[in-house]
Each structure stands twice: as structure tokens, then as C-alpha cells.
Design a protein around this ligand. Structure first.
Ligand code: GSH
Length: 203
């Protein structure tokens, strides 16, 4: 297998963390690629041009982080990342969805922030701040109730990846004040070797 990734991508980071957690990391070749670049080495494999992209040994190319995590899950039935049989009452999927919703909103927000200031849309910036704050408040309550505790799974990996992105790549949003439980939860998961090994560059 071969994983195409960029070091700053929180979506690709989820797959990189999962590979380490599942003990598959050494079996997967990695290629760092450029994004939004017509010369990118990714484009022959994925015309959409997004990471993560996973090329399987039979030539199948998987895109979309959730689909890649779902595939990896089939390789390690003893260490479920994404229970899909109702064995956990679907809570892992629900919690993963909340983390992904936060991530998708932050991605839109960050894209807007990277435009020249006079081209930024104030309503988009305001909407994404409101969405992120509301979701982070909900996550604070969920973390207090232990929703993101337990063995490493997709929900924990997703939330750790999006908060890591906020820490290192989207530093305009001060998400910690008033959310002590979420901050403590992040500080703890950030110490896991899989997260340490995949730390995004500051930017
Ligand atoms: N829904 C996709 C999102 C992936 C995504 O947006 N990746 C970004 C990097 S964080 C990307 O490749 N962007 C390149 C582009 O927008 O052209 C997933 O879950 O994998």
C-alpha cells in the first residue's frame, strides 16, 4: 500500500495515526505530495487532488478519510476503529461525526483566512466561528461525560486531529478558554506516540 499525504493535513493525519495505532505503519509506503499544484505527483492517482489518498496493492485508489479508515478497519478486526455493527450502539460513529463536522467547518474557515484580507467574506468568517464555538462547547460536555475516553478509535483520532490542527495550523481561534476538559483531553492524547509522530508543522 502507498499513502499520499501532506504533513499539514488533519484528514491525512487521521490515517497516519490509525496506521500507527493498528501496527500497519511499516507496511505502507508514504509519499508527501503538494496540493493545488498541477504538477502534483498525486494527480495521476487522484484527479480530485486531495489527501489522504491510499493506493492498494491491487491498484485500487481509495480517497476520503472515512472510507480509508473503514478499509483499514477491515484489516484489523481485533482493534476496531469504527464499529459498524451496533456493538457500541453506534456511539463511535456519532462521536466521529461530531469531530468531522468541526474539522470540515475549520477547513472552510481556514481557507477563507488564507485569502487576501479584502477578499474574505465576513459572513463566512462569522458563520464558521459560531459553528466551531458551538461544536466545541458541545464537545466540552461530551468530554466531561467520558465520550472520547477508552481505547484508541476513530472518534478519538478524529477529535485529536482536528484540535491538533487548531493548535498548530489555525491559531486565530483560541478554543481553550472555558473548555478546560477539552483542553486537558487534547493535551493528554497529544502525548500518544502516534500523535507525536505525526505532529503537523506550525503554519
Ligand atoms: N473529505 C475529505 C477532505 C480531504 C481534504 O480536504 N484534504 C485537503 C488537505 S487538509 C486537501 O487535500 N486539499 C487540497 C485541495 O483542496 O485541493 C476527506 O475526508 O478526506
Amino acid at each position: 500500500m502507498k499513502l499520499f499525504y501532506s504533513p499539514g493535513s488533519p484528514y491525512a493525519r487521521m490515517v497516519r495515526v490509525a496506521l500507527i495505532e493498528l501496527g500497519l505503519d511499516r507496511d505502507v509506503e508514504k509519499q508527501e505530495v503538494t496540493l493545488r499544484d498541477p504538477q502534483s505527483a498525486l494527480l495521476p492517482y487522484n484527479k480530485v487532488g486531495r489527501v489522504p489518498t491510499l493506493r492498494l496493492d491491487d491498484g485500487t485508489v481509495l480517497t476520503e478519510s472515512l472510507l480509508i479508515l473503514s478499509y483499514l478497519d477491515t484489516l484489523c478486526p481485533d482493534r476496531p476503529l469504527l464499529p459498524r455493527d451496533g456493538s457500541d450502539g453506534w456511539t463511535t460513529l456519532a462521536r466521529f461525526g461530531t469531530a468531522m463536522g468541526l474539522m470540515d467547518g475549520i477547513a472552510v474557515w481556514n481557507r477563507e483566512l488564507r485569502r487576501p484580507e479584502h477578499e474574505r467574506s465576513p459572513p463566512v468568517l462569522a458563520l464558521e466561528l459560531t459553528r466551531a464555538s458551538r461544536t466545541a462547547d458541545a464537545l466540552e460536555g461530551m468530554v466531561v461525560n467520558g465520550a472520547y475516553d477508552g481505547p484508541m478509535n476513530a472518534a478519538r483520532i478524529g477529535l485529536g486531529s482536528v484540535l491538533g490542527y487548531c493548535e498548530r495550523r489555525h491559531r486565530t481561534w483560541d478554543w481553550r478558554p472555558g473548555r478546560q476538559a477539552l483542553a486537558a483531553w487534547y493535551d493528554s492524547i497529544a502525548q500518544a506516540p502516534s500523535f507525536q509522530a505525526t505532529l503537523p508543522p506550525l503554519g
